[in-house]
Design a protein around this ligand. Sequence first.
Ligand code: MTE
Ligand code: MO
Length: 298
Amino acid sequence: MANRWKNTLKERDVTPESAYLNRRQLIAGAAAAGAFGSIAQGAKAEELKPNKWDDITGYCNYYEFGTQKTDPAKYAHALTIKPWTVKIDGMVDKPGDYTFEDIMAKMTVEERIYRFRCVEKWAMVVPWNGFELADLLQLAGVQSNAKYVAFETVLRPEEMPGVHTNVLDWPYVEGLRMDEAMHPLTIMATGIYGKDIPKQNGAPLRLVVPWKFGFKSIKSIVRITATEHEPPTSWSKAYGRAYGFYSNVNPERNFPWSQESEKLLGSGLFARPQPTRLFNGYDEVASLYAGMDLQKYY
Ligand SMILES: Nc1nc2c(c(=O)[nH]1)N[C@H]1C(S)=C(S)[C@@H](COP(=O)(O)O)O[C@H]1N2
Ligand SMILES: [Mo]
């Protein structure tokens, strides 16, 4: 739906070519100007060549539709996404059921080309369309003493063949610390390549946090709760020793397996793995974790 909305803009439209091509200048410039934080793109734009549509939409993790990579593309068509409402509650001044249309009428959709890294060691580059989560939280009047944000995926057993197994506790839940949620790199994606986001990728709206392992980027969100306490997350409930609340991309993580390298999707069976980068290359988030032991807070 992304491009149907009149306030849709592309990064290219608002950013001079030279700035678009240079992340560091862009971020530094944005900080200096104090105004253009929303166009910050992160991780070396000049190197980012998006993966093909078929790779992005055909190789998915969405366990509600099955655990095979091709299951979501096969079964997610059954998901009803109209009408869609997101309940925003907890520590907000304007709690309520927000329809997808209400939200989209108020948000500015941009294109964000981001690296995306799954804990399974595959990576891809996705041209998302979406809006900053911070804008939605502000729309709901998030209160200044809220410390975390919790998210929940829709749960519809009649439409989701995978939820009849207990591979995870349903519904799928995730969470962010408030400063992570408010960071300009954190978006709610509603499209890919300028088209509506496919159901297998989390239609009609899903979180994208490019510096964290992919499982933090929760799909098909129906509830967002501002809270004082760190919320439970599906993968830490399932296997907390491996998958903690933070789950920042980190080449030094070595449990349950080494995260030292990754392989770009579509690069071919015999392509060489490439080194994993701390925070998936989005160095600008490092300050969020200053003084934290990333081995302890994994
Ligand atoms: N609700 C829900 N969200 C989810 C998942 C899931 O199984 N259910 N899988 C996660 C994992 S492990 C990854 S890697 C990404 C995959 O997103 P993609 O299929 O769009 O590439 O979605 C994440 N969000
Ligand atoms: Mo993942």
